[in-house]
Design a protein around this ligand. Structure first.
Ligand code: KIV
Length: 263
């Protein structure tokens, strides 16, 4: 069955957890969707796990268009989200639309952009013109120099309140989905309960509507620092296919993330 935005909204309505993994090429796209991954996120994490950069900041729109097209050629049924790289959506809404349109033309069904209420005008512009948008708040890796490292966000009451307000602002602007990264599980639960769109957690606890991991983290092939939320699914599997199958099963059953992967 082809997974459309409507199908994802139905899953959300039925409280069926949404399984998401990052994906950057055609072979993995085919493998992941065959094991039941609902959404393939062509993340700008490719700057770190494929290109070897220390951050996601050097990733270009051309890089994202190329990898989105690769994934789209390999996927027959999964929903594809293309990530807007740094500097391509902090411009005017019109220019952002032109940049986002390149990802859609390459095969993405939705674009993702980092940032809270400050992005609402842009989200409204895109969503009002036929481009589905996924927001991304909490730890936003493109702001690494501003936040001083890859660390838990929304710990203090004021910061938590701001994230809740950001989430509501993005939904009101027309976002259809929201990634919550590295925030306390209780806060993610509160945000999820306040919204009528699916939340996809990464280091945000089990109450989110779905979960995402970076493929190279869950296969334990990224040589960099391991995040607490990144479970190695290859260690108990006899290969990549079984590792992905187990990830999907644990997301769907709600057994991933466990407390040890949450904050
Ligand atoms: O770029 C990416 O892979 C992401 C996920 C970590 C959510 O944004």
């Amino acid at each position: 069955m082809k997974i459309t935005l409507t199908a994802l909204q139905e899953m959300y309505g039925k409280n069926e957890k949404i399984a998401v993994l990052t994906c950057y090429d055609a072979s993995f796209a085919a493998l992941l969707e065959a094991q039941g991954v609902d959404i393939l996120l062509v993340g700008d994490s490719l700057g770190m796990v494929l290109q070897g950069h220390e951050t996601t900041l050097p990733v270009s729109l051309d890089n994202m268009v190329y990898h989105t097209a690769c994934v789209a050629r390999g996927a027959k049924q999964a929903f594809i989200i293309g990530d807007m790289p740094f500097g391509t959506f902090q411009v005017s809404p019109q220019e952002t639309f032109a940049n986002a349109a390149r990802l859609i033309a390459a095969g993405a069904h939705m674009i993702k952009l980092e940032g809270g209420a400050v992005m609402a005008e842009t989200v409204e512009f895109l969503a009002g013109r036929g481009i589905p948008v996924c927001g991304h708040i909490g730890l936003t890796p493109q702001s690494v120099h501003q936040i001083g490292g890859y660390r838990l966000q929304g710990k203090e009451a004021a910061a938590a309140q701001k994230l809740l307000e950001d989430a509501v602002a993005l939904e009101q602007a027309g976002a259809d989905m929201l990634v919550l990264e590295t925030i306390p599980a209780l806060l993610a639960a509160e945000i999820t309960a306040a919204l009528s769109i699916p939340t996809i957690g990464i280091g945000a606890g089990a109450a989110c509507s779905g979960q995402v991991l970076v493929l190279h983290d869950m296969l334990n092939i990224y040589p960099g620092k391991k995040a607490r939320f990144a479970k190695n699914y290859l260690q108990d599997a006899c290969g990549i296919t079984e590792a992905v199958k187990n990830y999907v099963a644990e997301v769907k059953s709600g057994s991933f993330p466990a407390q040890e992967h949450s904050f």
